[in-house]
Design a protein around this ligand. Structure first.
Ligand code: NAP
Length: 470
């Protein structure tokens, strides 16, 4: 097998067979000949899960990274409130004040890995004001303050990179921003929160939401306060970033419709399976003639789709482009090293583009800022979906036909139906319906009428279903 060429000291390509350094395994960046090129000086803020992963991967793959960047990558300073036993910072200056890193004149690229939106925003704005490039893994920061940060960065001519902010290690931002640049992106749908996907996967084995959540917390997959993950806020942060990149619009986090999985019943997981579906907590962005849909909610997905079979903490994003058709991106959406993989890819990008004319760089949100358009986002009741409905119906003749005629009067037709036998000594039976697509507002009215029937007990459970076909 032919050996790969590599850069020689003077920058020429030559066979690695002739390189004595290569035999010893990993080469240092000095061996690659970057001694004469000024290294890129990095300042890392935050030494938690991601920060420590970044340090480890950078130390392990430094030669590889430098060969890709064309310059050596050096950690000039770390800002961390405490040391970490799993992270060797020998020889690196460590400060307890993250702002000291930003103000360090030697630091050229600031890696914001502290999380949150208050100190992180101040930190990033200060880094930009100091003329430093920024790499962040912080989706909340980008989703909520990205427009402001990008404007400041444009003004100052610096880069703000955020690949790790969406789907961890999956290079989905690069794929949409660059790889799919020829396409008019029609829609995308993603499993973009690993905690939620782990819970839904485990519920298929017959365990309740609460039971699985406790297990996820014990395994470290869910936070002590799981609200951000299970109520869809984290997914909404990521979705708004993906939608901006896909459709060329500014970030509009406050417009995302968000519905969590915490009220999901095991019964619905089981009935969905009987009907040939899996329930996934999807983030969906779709361009329609009336506006853009931005929504995160539990969704019935046909079990034959690859997306329906993405299990556990894994993430996946399905993107439909007009030229390429559907493309699917799958991988680890979180974790120290998968996230570090994305952070360091951004660092390599910054190193490659440092010194280039800011106007010729890849735009923050894929489209040049003059071309960004504030597209209207549809309120959820104006979004069209097919529905799964479950209700508890009195076990007597005529109930089903009353429900069917209410739906029909609202212009909604029934696609499939399951009626269960009553349990011993119970006079109500579960009635499960799948409908054709209709507006959320039509379904609201129909459900209100169904719930008012004497023969229907309690609230109607309803979930959206998506065919996710081109
Ligand atoms: N974990 C993942 O898998 C993952 C995946 C994708 C993206 N992200 C994003 O990456 C970022 C970091 O997440 P993480 O999981 O690494 O969080 P983490 O483990 O909680 O780490 C954050 C670190 O930042 C430190 N920190 C916070 N405020 C600070 C301050 N003012 N000064 C100094 N240090 C400060 C914390 O220090 P203390 O320990 O003293 O509090 C902690 O060590 C977040 O934006 C997150 O959304 C994480």
């Amino acid at each position: 097998m032919a050996s790969l060429p590599e850069l020689s000291y003077n920058g020429r390509l030559e066979s690695s067979r002739s390189s004595p350094q290569h035999r010893g395994g990993l080469q240092s960046s000095m061996d690659y000949g970057y001694a004469s090129v000024k290294p890129v000086q990095l300042g890392i803020c935050g030494l938690g899960t991601v920060g420590s992963g970044v340090v480890r991967v950078l130390q392990r793959n430094r030669a590889e990274l430098s060969a890709r960047a064309g310059r050596d990558l050096v950690i000039r300073q770390i800002g961390a409130r405490r040391d970490r036993p799993d992270c060797d910072t020998t020889g690196i200056a460590v400060t307890r004040d993250v702002f000291e890193v930003v103000r360090n004149p030697e630091v050229e690229v600031v890696l914001e890995l502290i999380g949150g939106t208050t100190t992180a925003r101040e930190l990033v704005l200060e880094a930009i004001a100091q003329g430093k490039h920024v790499v962040t893994a912080n989706k909340a920061l980008i989703a909520e303050h990205g427009n402001e940060l990008f404007a400041a960065a444009r003004e100052r001519g610096v880069m703000v990179q955020f690949e790790a902010g969406v789907a961890g290690g999956i290079p989905i931002i690069k794929a949409i921003r660059e790889g799919l640049a020829a396409n008019r992106i029609e829609w995308l749908a993603g499993i973009i929160n690993g905690t939620g996907n782990f819970i839904l996967t485990e519920m298929r084995a017959g365990r309740s939401f609460g039971e699985v959540l406790s297990h996820a917390q014990a395994l470290g997959y869910a936070e002590a306060d799981p609200t951000f993950d299970v109520e869809g806020i984290d997914a909404a942060h990521k979705l708004v970033i993906l939608a901006a990149l896909a459709f060329g619009m500014p970030l509009q986090f406050d417009k995302v419709y968000t519905e969590g999985i915490s009220r999901l019943s095991l019964l619905d997981v089981e009935y969905a399976e009987e009907l040939g579906y899996r329930i996934k907590h999807l983030g969906i962005a779709r361009r329609t003639e009336r506006g853009v849909e931005l929504r995160v909610h539990p969704t019935l997905v046909p079990e034959s789709l690859l997306l329906a079979n993405v299990n556990g903490v894994m993430n996946a994003v399905l993107v439909q482009g007009d030229a390429v058709g559907p493309t699917l991106y799958y991988g680890a959406g979180a974790g120290a090293e998968p996230t570090a993989s994305a952070v360091l890819a951004d660092v390599v990008d910054v190193a490659r583009q440092q010194g280039t004319d800011p106007a010729s760089r890849v735009p923050f949100l894929a489209f040049h800022d003059q071309a960004l358009e504030t597209l209207p986002v549809l309120p959820i009741d104006e979004v069209e979906s097919a529905w799964y409905l479950r209700m508890s119906a009195l076990d007597q003749p005529g109930v089903l036909s009353r429900v069917a005629s209410i739906l029909s009067e609202a212009g909604i037709s029934i696609e499939a139906l399951i009626q269960k036998a009553p349990l011993p000594e119970q006079d109500h039976v579960p009635l499960i319906l799948l409908t054709n697509p209709c507006l959320g507002a039509s379904m609201d009215k129909a459900v209100a009428r169904i719930e008012a029937l004497d023969s229907i007990d309690g609230a109607v459970v309803r979930l959206r279903t998506e065919p996710l076909a081109g």
